[in-house]
Design a protein around this ligand. Structure first.
Ligand SMILES: C[S@@+](CC[C@H](N)C(=O)[O-])C[C@H]1O[C@@H](n2cnc3c(N)ncnc32)[C@H](O)[C@@H]1O
Length: 429
């Protein structure tokens, strides 16, 4: 039988972590290595670590998986506990960030040496800022962009594929937000009309970032368990062996229209990986599970085929009803967003994720997801219950849910008044 609990109730899932909020990355900005790149979509490293530590007490030889590894929080937390881990991440830029963070075990002196060569070589590079896309021209003063461009050229020239050059790459992409004079919203979108009070100078910011990374690297232990980040897809978990995982700690995209592609547009545009907003589709979104309306349209989604796919059978009736309502409601709304397609494909993708996770998990594995529900156009979507049903259909046992916070309760700037929650969904045998 399913259980729904609240954070102030006692629960095995919360033991020893009463002060840790699972759903925010902000505290990670004070933690070694985690703090190297601010990934707002990330969750709490302390919470992940405590969940893994607790499981490691009762299981010898624990092996951990995060199928939505993001910037690598779970993998670093598993290393801190001393257990091996796999991570799967499909976003090409985010996967590279995570892979670079995992190089924290390399020799800091070699990295500092390489980064200082980049700084020295940058002085002799000629800057060319005219070719940058408009989002970059709007985000940086010309002088700052010229310095960043020189650093980028020098980093590329000295890129020999070594861990040190990858770490220099990370140092460079990590300073783009602090050297931009425009505002960046909580969820990382660039706000060209909002000016920042303090803007860092690129070469100083790079030097400081390198020093911070080297400091964290200097604390590395002599041996660490493997942490393997695979650029792959959670819907298949390709690359993760069958029957190899005891504990899954993760946070999938929420069905809340957050666009992970747009979130890294600044960095990817600077790197020349995308030219325009349109490029984000083939470069990023096509690799991700469908959780935002920009991801889906009538041409690419056959709604009836999705809703009648046997993989969605456990929730088909309720899901169909919600999607039909959304299809009607959108006609009366300005944006006419494709939420009906987004919700159907979101659960279709999650059904495949649950099957893939079942394949790689040992029979008695535990799975813990940080997740929130959603209400596009004010239509409530029971994300927790439906995920619990899909997990069960994939071969897991009953679910429990522990609410950690309310969402959508502030009256200002709300698009709808449906109360929402965020919390931890756990399933086991
Ligand atoms: C909520 S974030 C997880 C962040 C992570 N817990 C951290 O601390 O950095 C969800 C992640 O799932 C990734 N993602 C989306 N679709 C995916 C897919 N099909 N396979 C693997 N990763 C995917 C997104 O790019 C995003 O980084």
């Amino acid at each position: 039988m399913q259980t729904i609990m609240f954070a102030d109730e006692s629960s095995p899932a919360r033991a020893g972590i009463a002060d840790v909020s699972s759903s925010t990355f902000i505290d990670n900005m004070r933690l070694p290595v985690h703090r190297w790149f601010r990934y707002s979509a990330g969750f709490s490293a302390r919470w992940a670590e405590s969940a893994i530590r607790r499981a490691s007490v009762s299981r010898e030889g624990l092996s951990v998986l995060d199928p939505f590894a993001g910037s690598g929080t779970t993998l670093l937390a598993a290393q801190a506990v001393g257990v091996p881990s796999y991570g799967v991440e499909a976003h090409p830029f985010v996967a590279r960030v995570a892979q670079a963070k995992l190089l924290w075990t390399e020799d800091p002196a070699s990295f500092v040496d390489h980064a200082h060569q980049v700084l020295a070589a940058a002085v002799n590079e000629g800057a060319e800022i005219d070719g940058y896309p408009s989002v970059i021209r709007a985000a940086f003063e010309d002088a700052a962009l010229a310095d960043l461009d020189k650093l980028r050229r020098a980093q590329r020239r000295l890129d020999d594929g070594s861990p040190s050059s990858e770490l220099s790459w990370l140092a460079l992409v990590s300073i783009l937000r602090s050297t931009s004079h425009v505002g960046t919203a909580q969820w990382q979108y660039v706000l060209p009309n909002k000016r920042k009070a303090r803007v860092a100078e690129p070469c100083n910011a790079f030097r400081e970032q390198v020093a911070l990374m080297a400091l964290d690297m200097s604390t590395r232990p002599s041996t660490l368990p493997p942490a393997v980040l695979i650029k792959s897809d959670a819907r298949t978990c390709a690359g993760v062996p069958d029957n190899s995982v005891d504990l899954v700690v993760t946070s999938p995209p929420y069905a809340n229209n957050y666009d992970y592609a747009d979130a890294t547009r600044l960095e990817m545009s600077f790197l020349g990986e995308v030219e325009s907003y349109g490029d984000l589709q083939s470069t990023v979104r096509d690799h991700l599970m469908r959780s935002c309306s920009q991801h889906v349209n009538e041409r690419t989604v056959d709604l009836d085929a999705v809703l009648t796919d046997p993989v969605l059978r456990p929730i088909a009736d309720e899901l169909t009803s919600v999607c039909r309502t959304l299809a009607e409601v959108r006609l009366s709304r300005g944006g006419k967003k494709n939420y009906h397609l987004m919700i159907a494909t979101y659960f279709h993708d999650m059904a495949h994720v649950w099957r893939a996770v079942r394949r790689v998990c040992r029979p008695d594995a535990d799975v813990c997801l940080v997740i929130g529900d959603s209400a596009p156009y004010g239509i409530y979507v029971p994300v927790v219950e439906w995920n619990g049903a899909l997990a069960k259909a994939a071969g897991f046992g009953d679910f429990s849910f522990e609410k950690t916070r309310d969402r959508n309760i502030k009256w200002k700037n709300r698009k709808h008044r449906v109360p929402l929650v965020e919390g931890r969904l756990c399933v086991g045998e």
